[in-house]
Design a protein around this ligand. Structure first.
Ligand SMILES: [Zn+2]
Ligand SMILES: [Zn+2]
Length: 294
């Protein structure tokens, strides 16, 4: 077993839940993950709990995770390591190990919530420190252009492939059934995508047009946030060639690019045709040279 201690930052809110979880891993020396906001009391409590510190790791550069890092680094005399380091900080690469106090943590690049997001994997303990990629409660925000839903879904699969037995999230309670949680996250995004595609089949073109239909159970005050999530889905569909931006549409409208099927064989049809390439060649050959006059 490794020592894992949480110090809760005093920054509760709709996106931070009870506040940011600062995790202290191992001891003599320890590793600190996400020092949180630059708050006197929180940084003092973190330094007290952490004792000797080998490294301060940052999951991503958001204001609820990173700003306390430099001051804590000065207070405890340890380096700050991040995927996108600030001045004086060290660069953390994908798959880079950080070893200290009987723990070995591997940085795993998990873009999606932000492009610079990393999680930390303690393979021996099958423990994953997830920052904002997986939360203890609710879903992670993917807000374009910082957020990228296609990348986020790939990152969820990457975390799933690690097979964690416990997740220590950036916000909310420790997750003791990560397999179910990751499956639920993937299923949730897949369901929303299906709803967005269905709304577009029915003629909706913009986040504003799509949201009221599929977020019926939400209060209208939440619609602007929901529109950002729908936009993330539309951009993912565009990336995958399944949606196309409407030229000149002021409100960010998108058209669905339906995967049209060949009328004869069911393979993908060519664009502007009801047939696939092979069937359209067959159809040409079937044409009589001199069609009978009708
Ligand atoms: Zn964040
Ligand atoms: Zn956060």
């Amino acid at each position: 077993m490794i020592r894992v201690v949480r110090v809760l930052a005093p920054n509760p809110g709709p996106f931070t839940l009870e506040g940011t979880n600062t995790w202290i891993v191992g001891q003599r020396p320890s590793v600190v993950i996400d020092p949180g906001p630059d708050d006197d009391g929180h940084l003092a409590a973190t330094a007290r709990e952490a004792g000797d510190v080998a490294a301060i790791l940052v999951t991503h550069a958001h204001p609820d995770h990173a700003p306390g890092a430099d001051r804590l680094a000065r207070d405890v005399g340890a380096p700050v390591m991040a995927f996108r380091p600030g001045p004086g900080q060290e660069r953390l690469r994908d798959q880079q190990p950080v070893e200290a106090g009987g723990v070995r943590l591997l940085a795993v690049h998990t873009p999606g919530h932000t492009a610079d997001h990393v999680v930390f994997w303690a393979a021996e303990q099958a423990a994953l420190f997830t920052g904002d990629a997986v939360l203890g409660r609710g879903t992670s925000v993917v807000d374009p252009p910082q957020g990228d839903l296609g990348a986020y879904v790939r990152s969820l699969r990457r975390m799933q492939a690690l097979g964690p037995r416990v997740v220590y999230p950036g916000h909310g309670p420790t997750v003791f059934d990560p397999a179910a949680k990751l499956e639920e996250y993937l299923a949730h995004r897949a369901m929303r995508e299906e709803q967005v595609v269905e709304a577009m089949r029915l003629g909706a073109r913009t986040p504003e047009e799509i949201v009221p239909g599929i977020y019926r159970e939400y209060a209208p005050e939440l619609f602007p946030a929901a529109e950002r999530q729908v936009l993330a889905h539309l951009l993912k569909l565009e990336d995958e060639g399944r949606a196309r931006r409407r030229p000149g549409h002021p409100a960010g409208g998108f058209d669905l690019v339906e995967d049209r099927r060949c009328d004869r064989c069911g393979r993908s049809a060519m664009s502007h045709s009801r047939l696939c390439r092979r069937c359209s060649l067959d159809a040409l050959q079937e044409q009589p040279e001199h069609p009978e006059p009708a």
